[in-house]
Design a protein around this ligand. Structure first.
Ligand code: NDP
Length: 279
C-alpha cells in the first residue's frame, strides 16, 4: 500500500497559480470572510494566507463577530461583491444563525465564488458545464489525476452526501465517466457497498471508521475526514494501518486537506486572469 501525500499535487497547482498571477498586470486579490475565531477556521485562514503569498496573490481577511447585524454585513458584502479590485471571495462556514447562507451565496457574484457555493456554480456543476468547483472535492480529483488513477468506467464510492464534499464530488466523478455510488448514514450494508469500490472516498467525519473490511484489493482510498480524537490526535475517517489491501491511501494530515488551499489559489488566479482579460 502506498501513502499518497498531497505535496506533489499542491506543488503543481501552486506553481500554476503563481505563473498565472505573474502574467497579470496586477496581483490577483482574495478576500476571506470569517465569523468569530473558531480554531479550525483561523488555522485554515492562516494556511490559505501562506499559500496565497507563495502564489503572489493578495489576501485580505474580514472578520465579523457572530452576532454582527445581518443588514450591516450584507451592505458591506454587496460593496465587496461590486469591488473591481477583488477577484475572489471565500466565506468560511458554518455561518452564524443570523446570516442566511442562501441569501449570501445567491447574492455572490458567481465569478468571485471561489468555493463553488453560489447557485449558478452548483447548477453548472450539475449540468456538467464549466464552473468553479468547491475546493475540497476538486482537491480529490486533482490528486486522482496527479496519481494517474483511471476513473473512466471504474466504480467510485463516496461516503458522505454533504453539499460541501460528497454531492459535488459525486458529480465530478460522474463527469469523468466513473460509475458512482453515494453512501450516507442510512445506507444498508455499507461495508459490502464500499468493497465494490475501485476508488473509495471517505467524507464522513467519523474518526478511523473505515477499516480493512471496507476495502477491495487494490482500491485507491481518499480520506477527506478531519477528526480530533478524545486523546487529541488529528486523524481521518480511515484506519490507515488496517488498509494494507489498498493500492493508495491518502494520509491525514498531509493528504487531501493539504491540497485545498492550492486549489483555492488556482481559482483566484484564474478568476483574476478572466476578469483582466474581459476588462
Ligand atoms: P457532514 O457532517 O456535512 O457530512 C457527513 C456525511 O457523512 C453525511 O452525508 C452523513 O450522512 C455521512 N455519515 C455520517 N455518519 C455516517 C456513517 N456512520 N455511515 C455512513 N455515512 C455517514 O460533513 P462534511 O461533508 O462537511 O465533512 C466530512 C468530513 O470531511 C469531516 O471530517 C470534515 O471535517 C472533513 N472536511 C475536510 C475538508 C478538507 O479540506 N480536507 C473540507 C471539508 C470537510 P447523512 O447525510 O445521512 O447524515
Amino acid at each position: 500500500m502506498n501513502i499518497l501525500k498531497g505535496a506533489e499535487t499542491a506543488k503543481a497547482l501552486t506553481e500554476k497559480a503563481a505563473s498565472i498571477a505573474d502574467s497579470l498586470r496586477r496581483p490577483p486579490k482574495l478576500v476571506i470572510i470569517r465569523f468569530g475565531a473558531e480554531g479550525s477556521d483561523v488555522s485554515y485562514e492562516n494556511g490559505a494566507k501562506k499559500r496565497m503569498a507563495k502564489c503572489h496573490i493578495d489576501c485580505e481577511s474580514r472578520v465579523y463577530e457572530p452576532d454582527t447585524d445581518p443588514e450591516e454585513f450584507f451592505r458591506e458584502f454587496a460593496a465587496l461583491n461590486a469591488d473591481e479590485d477583488v477577484d475572489g471571495i471565500l466565506v468560511l462556514q458554518p455561518l452564524p444563525a443570523g446570516i442566511s447562507a442562501s441569501r449570501l451565496f445567491s447574492s455572490m457574484d458567481p465569478e468571485k465564488d471561489m468555493d463553488g457555493a453560489a447557485p449558478e456554480n452548483r447548477l453548472r456543476l450539475f449540468e456538467g458545464r464549466k464552473c468553479v468547483y468547491p475546493c475540497t472535492p476538486e482537491a480529490v480529483i486533482r490528486m486522482i489525476e496527479q496519481a494517474g488513477i483511471e476513473l473512466k468506467g471504474k466504480r467510485a464510492v463516496v461516503i458522505g452526501r454533504s453539499l460541501v464534499v460528497g454531492k459535488p464530488l459525486a458529480m465530478m466523478l460522474l463527469e469523468r465517466h466513473a460509475t458512482v455510488t453515494v453512501c450516507h448514514s442510512r445506507t444498508e450494508n455499507l461495508t459490502s457497498v464500499c468493497r465494490e469500490a475501485d476508488i473509495l472516498i471517505a467524507a464522513v467525519g467519523r474518526a478511523e471508521m473505515i477499516d480493512g473490511s471496507y476495502i477491495k484489493e487494490g482500491a485507491a482510498v481518499f480520506d477527506v475526514g478531519i477528526n480530533v480524537t478524545s486523546d487529541g490526535r488529528l486523524v481521518g475517517d480511515c484506519l490507515t494501518s488496517d488498509l494494507s489491501k489498498a493500492s493508495f491511501v491518502t494520509p491525514v494530515p498531509g493528504g487531501v486537506g493539504s491540497v485545498t488551499t492550492s486549489v483555492l489559489a488556482l481559482h483566484v488566479a484564474e478568476a483574476a486572469a478572466k476578469k483582466l482579460a474581459d476588462g
